[in-house]
Design a protein around this ligand. Structure first.
Ligand code: XMP
Length: 318
């Protein structure tokens, strides 16, 4: 664990390094997640108005996320431009089933949005909140590609912007410490992947299926937050739902339902590189299951709990 003084040295070094790398307009996509927020705050301190912050609404965000991110940036005193790109993201994902192909399609759309912005503001640099596990799992060094994290291996090759990655050598727990030092309110938020709910909707990505996953994620987050705040369980490191394209027969009242499956995932971890599934209380799981099947009547009729550690599983399902 680093002391506040050591963390301040890291912050000062990161700011100096950004000042030496950036001498013109730089774009950064701010999702509200801790990595991109820390990268944006450091860069804002380093190059001030040369930084152009964009919030890309991909249509793949969690419930209420857009409003929360906008209000956080307004509190941080950083101007954030909103780009509604949901239609183009859904179009590019239409009919795509393979997880790597989805990540590549998402990386590609992000770059096209940045290029549109670039033609408006003349940016030369693209700042990214890439952290060490992202590039390690994307096949950095000698490793096999586990997943092309969209901010690393998911980028197309013809990017016409110089990529700057101030957090490249840091792990999640270190980024959280830097966030606390910078008094960023999202420092205790659970991680959320760059490709958003796309990696939690297995099979075809349609607005309806994303909406089901969004609602299930919201229920899982709300119920677990509530239980943890009442001392009924420890707060897991990450907790969410994924929608599986597995249909099974169920019954609602007197009606047969052939619905899909939601899997609930909750893990403890330090840095996301390895994780253990969280043994949540049975009554909490039962409550979550009932609420999901009631809210998603007709679409989801089965809820399962994932009891896999990482390894051999990964935290997300795709
Ligand atoms: P996995 O699923 O690889 O995830 O065990 C480890 C941590 O990384 C998050 N994750 C991502 N974050 N871009 C990101 O910024 C991505 O493409 C991505 N994929 C996974 C995941 O939520 C977990 O916290």
């Amino acid at each position: 664990m680093r002391l506040p003084l050591q963390t301040q040295i890291l912050v000062d070094e990161a700011i100096e390094s950004l000042q030496s790398q950036i001498n013109d307009t730089a774009i950064i996509a701010c999702s509200g997640g801790i990595d991109s927020t820390v990268a944006a705050v450091l860069a804002h301190k380093a190059v001030g108005s040369m930084l152009h912050c964009v919030y890309v609404d991909t249509g793949l965000m969690r419930k209420n996320e857009s409003q929360e991110v906008l209000s956080m940036f307004s509190d941080l005193g950083i101007k954030l431009k909103v780009v509604d790109a949901s239609k183009r993201f859904f179009k590019s994902l239409s009919g795509v089933i393979d997880p790597e192909a989805k990540r590549k399609a998402i990386g590609e759309q992000f770059i096209r949005v940045f290029e549109d912005e670039q033609s408006r503001c003349g940016a030369k640099y693209l700042l990214q909140g890439t952290i060490a596990p992202d590039w390690i799992e994307s096949g950095g060094g000698e490793r096999d590609v586990i997943k092309s994290h969209h901010n690393v291996g998911g980028l197309p090759e013809d990017v016409n912007l110089i990529i700057v990655e101030p957090l490249r050598e840091f792990y999640k727990d270190e980024v959280r410490q830097i966030a606390r030092q910078l008094q960023i309110p999202s420092s205790e938020r659970q991680p959320f992947p760059g490709p958003g709910l796309a990696v939690r909707v297995l099979g075809e990505i349609t607005p309806d299926r994303v909406e089901s996953c969004r609602e299930a994620c919201h229920i899982v987050e709300t119920r677990i937050d509530e239980a943890a705040s009442l001392g009924k369980c420890d707060l897991p490191w990450q907790y969410f739902a994924a929608l599986l394209p597995v249909r099974s027969v169920g019954v609602h009242g007197d009606t047969r339902v052939h619905g899909e499956t939601i899997v609930v995932r909750a893990v403890t971890s330090l840095d996301g590189m390895s994780a253990r599934y969280s043994p949540l209380p049975q009554d909490l799981l039962a409550e979550i299951s009932t609420e999901i099947t009631n809210s998603l009547k007709g679409q989801v009729n089965r809820v399962v709990y994932d009891i896999t550690h990482k390894p051999p599983g990964t935290i997300e399902w795709e």
